[in-house]
Design a protein around this ligand. Structure first.
Ligand SMILES: Nc1nc2c(ncn2[C@@H]2O[C@H](COP(=O)(O)OP(=O)(O)OP(=O)(O)O)[C@@H](O)[C@H]2O)c(=O)[nH]1
Ligand SMILES: [Mg+2]
Length: 500
């Protein structure tokens, strides 16, 4: 089908929710209503804006835009409304299975869906044909009918065949956890690079599924608009699939080229930071662990912060200082999730490599979560995939204000080096700052030098990386007494003056 069919629907139908490229955030909507450009309004703090964005993204009803390119395919297939969740529980305890489905519910809600019902089935492995067993699939059909759901979300990654066959039984759209996560990322991507990365991941996921979706859906819905449940169920015809596939392939090639260019720019930036030798600290961890809250808490902590943004870097990289004045960068990163779709890990590789490239990882974990150990393990698995396993890791147990003391104690035993904080109350933040300072390169070299004026670069580096005790401008150059890291001390060696 093409988009003209799509647009036959009343674009202001309240149930019509469009996302990502088509989503207009609240401030823009207001501005449009007021007939003015949002950019001319007072722009609040960037973090605040993004937060508002995120809330605004939950559901934006009644906004519809002409679709321009191939991404229409997966947006159409992922427009979730009323969903039923289904999980196959192969190992672990009932509690693990429940936690997993609770997480799936949170993911679905983040994507903007309303969760009507959830069920798990205990099996040694997912059914190769329909994911859940045949009997359960029929039961699922009944649940779908009883609740009036329009989508089933499976807690795993399904093969194209499983998706198709389960769809045939339940008679509504079936998507898997991977597609759901991709959808959330698509909603949240803000930067040009982020958007390109997500789109590439979505297309990678979509390509092998294109045929399956098309066949099953066009058979079900007769390829006709309006029949059997509307938008999500109208599949492209065979010829359209061929065209789509070609367009998707060329779109992917283009995205890869663009991303490669952006990665080069990023490398240059990173090199610049490297040569300045400002250590980089990356805040990483499971999604919703409180990474951004912690960044705000840390960079709002007076002495630690020089609330300066690197305008040319990713906006979430901030410059900070330890209590004894050493500069470092602190960056917020994309959250991880259990079984992070490998398409996303691939697409976000260059972003994730920032983590691998850092001097220290603050691995934030939600201490109030029922199973923080599982989250730690999932995140470490991704660290392994992106080559970040050798970076020193400081475990930060967050949300101690809301945590169960018994679980907390258990976690403490498993992670004896961990620092416990609450980004909300500020408890433990001082200890965390001290631990960061401890882990960063030390200023244990005292130098007394006179640096000739033509070596202003060295003086700048002492300012940047060291702690200055005295500075005087003399006839021969800048006389400095300072504490600096070892590498810089080596370079200053030639300018050492005798202490009188
Ligand atoms: N009780 C409590 N809640 C917290 C604390 N820190 C963060 N939160 C809450 O946890 C939720 C997630 O916080 P974020 O800072 O957005 O978490 P994040 O790790 O950046 O999440 P993503 O960017 O989505 O991966 C928010 O609702 C916060 O208000 C804390 O110390 N205590
Ligand atoms: Mg965050």
């Amino acid at each position: 089908m093409d988009m003209t069919e799509f647009n036959e629907r009343d674009p202001f139908d309240g149930r019509d929710v469009r996302r990502d490229a088509f989503v207009v955030d609240d401030s823009e909507v207001d501005a449009l209503r007021a007939g003015e450009d949002a950019r001319t309004q007072d722009i609040p703090d960037r973090g605040q804006l993004e937060l508002e964005d995120r809330h605004a993204l939950r559901r934006v009803a009644g906004l519809s835009t002409e679709l321009a390119d191939v991404t229409e395919v997966e947006y159409r297939s992922l427009r979730l409304e009323r969903v039923v969740l289904i999980g196959v529980w192969t190992s672990g305890t009932q509690l693990d299975a429940d936690n997993s489905l609770i997480e799936l519910k949170q993911l679905a809600e983040t994507a903007g869906a309303m969760v009507l019902e959830g069920a798990t089935q205990r099996r040694s492995k997912p059914d190769p044909a329909t994911y859940v067993g045949a009997g359960k699939a029929a039961e699922l059909r009944e649940i779908v009918e009883a609740t009036g759901a329009d989508t089933v979300i499976c807690d795993g990654e399904l093969t194209p065949g499983q998706l198709r066959q389960l769809e045939e039984v339940v008679k509504v759209k079936v998507i898997d956890r991977t597609a759901l996560i991709l959808d959330i990322f698509a909603q949240h991507a803000r930067s040009r690079e982020g958007k390109a990365q997500v789109e590439l991941a979505q297309l990678t996921y979509l390509l092998p599924r294109l045929r399956g979706w098309g066949e099953s859906l066009s058979r079900q819905a007769g390829g006709r608009a309006g029949s059997n449940g509307g938008v999500g169920l109208r599949g492209p015809g065979e010829t359209k699939i061929e065209t789509d596939r070609r367009r998707i392939n060329s779109r992917m090639a283009k995205l890869r080229r663009q991303l490669a260019q952006m990665a080069t720019a990023r490398d240059v930036m990173r090199d610049r930071r490297r040569t300045r030798q400002v250590p980089a600290v990356a805040i990483a961890g499971y999604t919703n662990a409180g990474k951004s809250s912690l960044l705000n808490r840390l960079t709002g902590a007076g002495v630690l912060v020089e609330n300066a943004l690197f305008a040319t870097l990713d906006p979430t990289v901030r410059q900070a200082r330890t209590p004894d004045g050493r500069a470092f960068t602190l960056s917020d990163t994309v959250g991880f999730v259990r079984h992070l779709p490998h398409q996303l890990v691939e697409a976000f590789r260059s972003t994730l490599e920032e983590v691998a490239d850092s001097d220290l990882i603050l691995h934030v974990v939600d201490g109030s979560h029922p199973d923080p150990e599982q989250q730690l393990a999932s995140v470490r698995e991704v660290f392994g995939e992106i080559g970040a396993r050798d970076v020193p890791e400081l475990i930060v147990i967050n949300k101690t204000d809301a945590a169960d003391p018994v679980l907390l104690k258990q976690l403490r035993t498993k992670e004896p080096g961990a620092i416990e904080v609450s980004a909300h109350t500020g408890a433990g933040v001082e200890e965390l700052v001290a631990a960061i300072a401890e882990a960063l390169p030390r200023l244990d070299h005292e130098v007394r030098v006179v640096v000739p004026y033509e070596r202003g670069d060295l003086v700048s580096r002492v300012h940047e990386e060291g702690r200055i005790i005295t500075e005087e401008h003399t006839g021969e150059g800048t006389a400095l007494r300072a504490y600096v890291p070892e590498a810089l001390a080596g370079q200053l060696d030639a300018f050492t003056v005798a202490v009188r």
